[in-house]
Design a binder for this molecule. Sequence first.
Ligand code: ATP
Ligand code: MG
Ligand code: FE
Length: 346
Amino acid sequence: MRVLGLETSCDETGVALYDSEQGLLADALFSQIDLHRGYGGVVPELASRDHLKRLLPLIRQVLDKAKTSPADLHGIAYTAGPGLVGALLVGASCGKALAMAWGIPALGVHHMEGHLLAPMLEAAPPSFPCIALLVSGGHTQLVRIDAIGRYQLLGESLDDAAGEAFDKTAKLLGLNYPGGPEIARLALRGNLGRFVFPRPMTDRPGLDMSFSGLKTFTLNTWQNCVSAGDNSEQTRCDIALAFQQAVVETLAIKCQRALQQSGLKHLLIAGGVSANAALRERLAAMLQKTGGQVFYARPEFCTDNGAMIAYAGCQRLLAGQREDLKINVRARWPLAELPALEAEHG
Ligand code: ATP
Ligand code: MG
Ligand code: FE
């Protein structure tokens, strides 16, 4: 089965073609980061209009690259939520319209299921059951995956998502959006131990997390340095490293707890923050000690992309899931509301 995937939930237009036998055939992405940079965040109306402009040329590009004609397609998967409603509607209506014209089914995919399954596109994919850490710009959750579509929420951030904390912290240090890669870049030149940040909620039992305090801690640390006359690049690097360490350490402690409680040895990490090299290294080292293993997607499939939507949609279409012609998108959509997928998947 060959499925075209469309991702338009936020500020990235992603298109990809996935084949259940041959794997990923082609993918293309247009990031709107430059469009929104001057506003300090994503402007929903600008995002929708840009998706409208980019989507069809990207679809043509992907089909050409994979030497695939619409007649070779078996379905179209589009992101139906959660996300910005106007942006979602662009992908949904385009997907539905093309599917109708081409006489194939269209299916709405859950954006977070897309993120969760992105590591399945790699050469050595994880097997289920496993524990998943979903760390993105809008979500920080620990999930138990028993099968595709069977997700149990074990814990989550009670305030900011980890990616959001990276973005806000970067902003107050005067860095660009998105903040995660910027902080990671500065942290490489930081001096370990000059500042030590707290590991929020790790002294309490349970799997919930909190990241908004770290942002305040950063602000206070930076302001203290600045008022003492030190606004040097080195200090910024030292703070970036201390912040990143605190987030990584907190996530590692919570992951370890989830693995221990479940008795599982496989950990999957997904979402934009799973591209973070320090997080990957820390978790790999942690799991090596217990004979476990950590799985993640290549960096470009950690953040928003069309490949994860094509993959997730293909699995659901293969299992026989279909929907009617109504265009439904959801700004909010708990992962636990997804139907389980019982059929075999390859
Ligand atoms: P959601 O998927 O929850 O709706 P989103 O789509 O905005 O949110 P993603 O695209 O998965 O989120 O990830 C974007 C986030 O990942 C941003 O917050 C960004 O700062 C963060 N991020 C990207 N690369 C890195 C990195 N190397 N280190 C840390 N954070 C990173
Ligand atoms: Mg984005
Ligand atoms: Fe995302």
